[in-house]
Design a protein around this ligand. Structure first.
Ligand code: TRP
Length: 372
């Protein structure tokens, strides 16, 4: 039976069928050959590529071909700062930092505090505050502060506005409705907003007059914005932005949808004390049976296990170890407590390192953030 799922910029729900999404969105799967190209340049294969967490793209092949001919590209990504940062948010940023290091690209990082003010129950000052707070996590994710600018839309709007106007003039309400599902009860701020989110894709060219391409690493739910940006790019004499897209890290309480910041227990925040993160991981949804006896007899269900997914996508690089967890789970030789403890150790170690870098970032953040 086909289960229902929803993926759009404001909602990710249900068991996401990524193959179907590739078809519906009209994006390309990342080929072996393309992945190899990145690996050659970076000197190492990133876990997220190897395990297919980044799985699809638009025109990434074109970006690479141009790059090989000597045309550089800038990176653009962003965050809707509606609260604290959790581990799922970090994925595109860690990957962006990897690309930035491999290709030496400048990174434009947008904090859409305007969007979150318009769409969520968040005050304006509060959202801007989260922009500055979340920027610490962006820096801690490993981006190069000398080659990165981070901006809050609210604080940098004077500059963005001139680009957004160029975009907005070429997007009809009927297109915006079709792409984003706006209705008569949508507030008028959010109807203009897609032009704001498209703008940083053109910043290098418009503000610095650089003849470069733009690549956007992000989760697949942001693709609707880039469809619009790509459609209008030729109309304003700009190259079409390319994208490289990730899946979602599932929340701890079940595979399906994405980790949600509004459900505290399903997410591990970057600022969680390790002991709290451990507690959350120990409460994760697994593929275990109702009783120990049953699990030993019939084996578990790693296919639906969040712990396994977290290890697979983020926390266990070693294929052999991962395989062993899977096999032993199926054979009933290992119980969920053991897997959860293993993952919790990994998560805690990650958090400790991240939190150190986050602390250091406090000294740098105001230099990296630009305002006008
Ligand atoms: N709309 C995104 C969010 O809610 C934030 C965002 C802005 C973004 N620009 C982006 C995400 C570019 C990825 C890439 O999280």
């Amino acid at each position: 039976m086909q289960k229902k799922f929803i993926v759009n910029p404001w909602e990710v729900k249900g068991d996401v069928d990524y193959d179907k999404l590739v078809k519906e969105f009209g994006v390309q799967p990342l080929s072996e050959e393309l992945i190899k190209k990145i690996e050659r340049k970076a000197g190492e294969m990133h876990l997220y590529l190897r395990r297919g967490l980044f799985f699809s793209h638009r025109d990434f092949d074109v970006i690479m071909e141009d790059y090989e001919k000597g045309k550089e590209f800038v990176l653009y990504t962003g965050r809707g700062p509606s609260g604290k940062t959790h581990l799922g948010h970090l994925i595109p940023w860690i990957f962006t930092a990897y690309l930035q290091e491999a290709f030496g690209s400048k990174l434009y990082f947008q904090m859409t505090d305007d969007e979150k003010f318009l769409m969520r129950d968040v005050g304006l000052d509060e959202a801007v505050g989260y922009s500055h707070d979340n920027a610490l996590d962006v820096i801690a994710a490993g981006v190069d502060p000398r080659k990165t600018v981070i901006f809050s839309d609210v604080e940098y709007m004077k500059t963005i506005y001139r680009i957004a106007l160029q975009v907005a003039k070429r997007v009809t309400f009927s297109t915006a409705k079709a792409v984003f599902g706006f209705t008569n009860s949508s507030n008028i701020g959010i109807i203009f907003f897609p032009a704001v989110q498209a703008s940083p894709a053109f910043m290098a060219q418009m503000l610095e007059k650089r003849d470069v391409n733009c690549l956007i690493p992000c989760a697949i739910d942001q693709d609707p914005y880039w469809r619009i940006a790509r459609d209008i790019a030729p109309l304003i004499g700009m190259p079409k932005p390319a994208g490289i897209y990730s899946k979602f890290l599932p929340g701890l309480r079940g595979v399906g949808g994405k980790m949600s910041a509004s459900e505290e227990q399903t997410a591990v925040y970057t600022t969680d004390p390790p002991a709290l993160a451990r507690k959350k991981v120990m409460g994760a949804f697994t593929g275990g049976r109702a009783t120990v006896a049953e699990q030993k007899e019939r084996g578990g269900n790693p296919e639906v296990c969040v712990v396994h997914q977290w290890l697979y996508y983020m926390f266990e690089d070693d294929d052999k170890k991962l395989r062993k967890f899977w096999d032993e789970c199926k054979q009933g030789k290992i119980l969920c407590g053991e897997c959860k403890k293993y993952l919790a150790d990994r998560v805690c170690r990650f958090l400790e390192e991240h939190q150190k870098r986050r602390e250091k970032a406090k000294k740098e953040v105001e230099k990296v953030m630009i305002k006008d």
